[in-house]
Write a protein that binds this ligand. Structure first.
Ligand code: AMP
Length: 214
């Protein structure tokens, strides 16, 4: 199964992808995580990507297409994978189709997470992450027991640079202009399903499982 989770930043794609990974044998391929790993490792690619990410813009298509091409060739992606945050532009979706076609494969399902912008601003601005173990918190919805300290590993929690208010609105604008057309692209291929991402994570998981079973 090759599954694409599509939706604006903060809609819960990453959270749901992690849940699916726990239940099934498909790795979660998140271009955002790959780019942050490249930044942390101090690679040339990471340094180039950081300029775009910090300003809320998209990293050039060729960079992320290259990352996905390499990653999907790894043995653990043979039985399928979940794409989280890719494709984010129509050219990326086209490149993915071509890449998979050349391997006699295809995207099986695309699930669009629908949610109003106001809720995204609330979610993203309250999000806190542990850089060491990846645990995620929200200052109102899922606060850590001790302020700014990870309950799993005791490290300090941080706010992502691009979760600051002025960058959030830029990211949402980029989503509506460049990523929303990707939903149309898949709708035309009759692969698109939608779900209400305003619901609780457990309710969204259920809706997602039902969509995948159909
Ligand atoms: P995310 O963690 O998915 O919200 O991604 C964080 C940032 O990484 C985005 O705001 C973009 O700058 C960059 N990024 C992640 N995935 C892509 C992609 N598929 N295409 C272009 N830029 C991306």
């Amino acid at each position: 199964m090759i599954l694409v989770l599509l939706g604006p930043p903060g809609s819960g794609k990453g959270t749901q992808a992690k849940k699916i990974v726990r239940d099934r044998d498909w790795p979660q391929l998140s271009t955002g995580d790959m780019l942050r790993a490249a930044i942390a490792a101090g690679t040339a690619l990471g340094r180039e990507a950081k300029r775009y990410m910090d300003s809320g813009s998209l990293v050039p298509d060729q960079v992320v297409i290259g990352l996905i091409r390499e990653r999907t060739e790894q043995p653990d992606a043979k039985a399928g994978f979940i794409l989280d945050g890719f494709p984010r532009t129509v050219p990326q979706a086209q490149a993915l189709d071509q890449m998979l076609q050349s391997r006699a494969s295809k995207v099986d399902r695309v699930v669009l997470f629908e949610i109003p912008d106001e809720e995204l601003v609330r979610r993203l601005s309250g999000r806190r992450t542990c850089l060491k173990c990846g645990a995620m918190y929200h200052i109102e919805n899922a606060p850590p027991e001790k302020k700014d300290v990870c309950g799993h590993c005791g490290s300090e929690l941080t706010q992502r640079d691009d979760d600051r208010p002025e960058i959030i609105s830029k990211r949402l604008k980029v989503y509506h202009e460049q990523t929303a057309p990707v939903a149309e692209y898949y709708r035309k291929q009759s692969k698109l399903r939608t779900l209400d991402a305003l619901k609780s994570p457990d309710e969204v998981s259920l809706a997602l499982a039902e969509t995948l079973a159909r």
